[in-house]
Design a protein around this ligand. Structure first.
Ligand SMILES: Nc1nc2c(ncn2[C@@H]2O[C@H](COP(=O)(O)OP(=O)(O)OP(=O)(O)O)[C@@H](O)[C@H]2O)c(=O)[nH]1
Ligand SMILES: [Mg+2]
Length: 332
């Protein structure tokens, strides 16, 4: 299952208590204090792992705790430190702390595999009574308890790291395009909402390599929850280049175009790019002359050039990859 948002609770380990032990050996009366310190509690660490692709590990289990430190013991024995708990998350995971009043504060954005960060610190172990002995106070009973480990409520949000985002109505050919230009093998079918979760593919040519995200189709009202909704748009928020794909056979091209633009805007104004790449797909279904006529009329209406392609025949795909590459270079 693809999960891109979860709320969990975490608790770092409490420190162990210091010991109040008195040395007790035969023939040695009044042996003095020998209580050792408590061990430190374990930390909660988040690790950015390349082999993890979703937050589904956190979909059912909601509470994660690191080990407590052991209490100190007699003979000045230090309690064992609690083990850290390392939680793996996919690259692109943002960690938000939810305050007790519901406000949220970003604690980390883990984008590079191998990055790790301590999000909750274990409590320090307490002091044993050996620390409290002085010349006038030789049999101290004082100790300190361990400090409590940090407890937090977190929201984990995955925003995939894709250089390029493909958007469009269901069935316009997004997944087909991804399958033709990248190494990805998404499901393709002749009905709407074939794609239920984002697909990532890597496009590689002699000059450049970049990651493309194909997300579920959007429809008018997606921001109000229609269709599969618009929450998948979070996965193209980090994309520098947006490719807007339309089916050239549509009788309502201009409305299709505006509907998608409205949904992008409703999610995040940043997704409305002035220089978005607009593509008319499926030109193999008509004559070149007809395709050109439709494209010219449409371009005039929206005040922007559009690229003609066929994901099935492959026409225009090299040019599409080139245009994307050029755009990405200007963003570097
Ligand atoms: N003739 C023709 N058919 C195409 C072309 N591109 C895609 N199709 C067909 O259009 C249908 C939908 O293609 P998909 O790639 O699944 O479309 P999508 O945009 O990913 O759809 P959703 O995942 O539902 O949003 C499939 O039957 C494809 O074979 C094209 O260039 N020409
Ligand atoms: Mg699809």
């Amino acid at each position: 299952m693809f999960t891109d948002e979860v709320v969990i609770k975490i608790k770092a380990g409490d420190g162990g208590a210091g010991s109040a032990s008195m040395r007790r050996e035969k023939y040695i009366p009044k042996g003095g204090p020998d209580g050792g310190d408590g061990g430190d509690g374990g930390n909660i660490i988040f690790f950015c792992d390349n082999n993890t692709h979703t937050l589904s590990d956190y979909a059912s289990r909601k509470f994660f705790a690191a080990e407590k430190g052991e209490n100190g013991r007699n003979k000045r024995q230090h309690g064992k430190n609690g083990a850290d708990l390392t939680l793996k998350v996919p690259p692109g995971t943002i960690i938000w702390r939810i305050s007790q009043y519901g406000g949220q504060e970003q604690m980390a954005d883990l984008t590079k595999a191998g990055d790790e960060i301590i999000i909750a610190r274990g409590g320090k172990g307490g002091l044993g009574n050996v620390h409290f002995a002085t010349s006038t106070h030789q049999a101290p009973r004082e100790t300190t308890p361990g400090d409590p480990g940090d407890a937090k409520q977190l929201r984990l949000e995955l925003k995939l790291l894709a250089d390029v985002g493909l958007v469009g109505l269901p069935n316009c050919g997004k997944s087909t395009i991804l399958s033709r230009i990248s190494n990805a093998k998404p499901k393709i079918a002749d009905y709407p909402f074939t794609t239920l979760e984002p697909n990532l593919g890597v496009v590689r040519n002699s000059e450049i390599a970049f990651v493309v995200a194909d997300i579920p189709g959007l429809i008018e009202g997606a921001s109000e929850g229609r269709g599969l909704g618009d929450k998948f748009l979070r996965h193209i928020e980090r994309s520098g280049v947006i490719v807007h794909i339309l089916d050239i056979n549509s009788q309502t091209l201009e409305k299709d175009y505006q509907d998608i633009r409205h949904e992008l805007e409703a999610w995040n104004k940043k997704l409305i790019q002035e220089d978005e790449i607009t593509v008319l797909n499926k030109i193999d279904t008509m004559t070149a002359a007809d395709a050109k006529k439709i494209a010219t009329k449409f371009s005039k209406k929206i005040g922007k050039d559009c690229l003609l392609i066929s994901a099935v025949s492959g026409k225009g795909l090299d040019e599409l990859v080139n245009i994307i590459s050029q755009k990405l270079k200007t963003l570097e």
